[in-house]
Design a protein around this ligand. Sequence first.
Ligand code: KG4
Ligand code: ZN
Length: 348
Amino acid sequence: MMTEPLVLGIETSCDETGVGVVRGHTLLADALASSVDEHARFGGVVPEVASRAHLEAIVPTMQRALDDAGVTLADIDAIAVTAGPGLAGALLVGVAAAKGYALAAEKPIYGVNHLAAHVAVDTLEHGPLPEPAIALLVSGGHSSLLLVDDLAAGVTPLGATIDDAAGEAFDKVARLLGLPFPGGPPIDRAAREGDGASIVFPRGLTAPKDLARHRFDFSFSGLKTAVARWVEARQRAGEPVPVAHVAASFQEAVCDVLTAKAIDACRERGVQTLVIGGGVAANSRLRALAEQRCAKHGITVRVPRPKLCTDNGAMVAALGSHLVAAGVAPSRLDLPADSAMPLTTVSV
Ligand code: KG4
Ligand code: ZN
C-alpha cells in the first residue's frame, strides 16, 4: 500500500505568508510570517506592502516549514499553492515560488482555490469530511454558504454576501469603535465584557420579503451603518460609547444570521454536517452559538482550531493532499494566478 502523500502548501493570497506540510490528514508543519503590523496604520491591507513582504518572507518561511516537518524538498510528493482568489501581486509571489520549487525538485504542482482550502483544513483536525456537507466560509474577503458534494471536484455555491464580507464588517466596526486592525480579535475580546442583547442591531436579509430571493445570502453593510449611527448619536449627545456592549451586540447580530442561515441550508438540503472556515470562524461567539444551535437540530458542526481558521499554508497543503489522494491531475507548470478565481474551481 502506498504511504499517504507528503504535500507542501504555499499561501500568499493576502497578508500572511504561509507554508505548511502535511502527510495525508496529519499536520507536520505550519510556518507563518505575517505583514499585518505593516498594514495596521492604514486600517486595511495595502497590496504593494503585502507583495513586498511575501517576497522577503517566502524563502525563510519555506525553510522553516521543511525544518519543522523534519523533511527536505526531495521528500515532498507534491506542492500545492493558492492560485486565487486574492490580491494579484501577492498571489504571484507564492505561485512563482511554487513553480520554482516544483521545477527545481521535479515535483507535481497543484494551483488551488483559497476558499476550498479554508474548507479542507478542517480535515487536519477532524479527519475526512463527510460528504455532502454544508460549508460556511467567513473571511475578510468572502462570506458564502456552499454545498460540498465532492471537495476534489467542486463545490456548489448556495449563497454569498451581497455587500460586505463578515470579516470586513468586523474590521469596519472595530475602526469606528477605535479598536485596532484587523478588527475581529479585538471585537471578540471586547464583547466578552459586554451584553450581546443590550442593543438590537438589524439582521440583514432575514425579513420574509428578503428570504424569498436571498434565503442563503448575507448582507452586513446595513448592520455596519446601524452601528455607526448608534455610536454617532451617543457621541452627539456627549455620552460615552459603551464599547463592550456595542461590540457584543454587533457580534451577536453577525453570529445570529450566520448560524441561522447555515442551519437553514443544512435542513433544506438534508445535510448532517456543517463545517465553518475562514478567519471569522475563529470568533468565540460564532463557535459557541453554532455548537448550541446545531446540537438542537442534530447537526454535527466542525470548526478547526482558531489558528487554522485564519490564513495559513497548512490549509493549502491539506487541500493538495486531498486532491492527490483523489487522483486529481496536477496543474500545468504555466498555471496563472487568478485574483478572481471562482468558488466553483477547486484546482486549475
Ligand atoms: O481568512 P482570513 O485570515 O483572511 C482572508 O482570507 O480574508 O480572514 C481575516 C478576517 C479579518 O477580517 C479578521 O478581522 C477576521 O478574519 N477575524 C475575526 C476573528 N479573527 C479574525 N473575526 C471575528 N472574530 C475573530 N476572533
Ligand atoms: Zn482566507
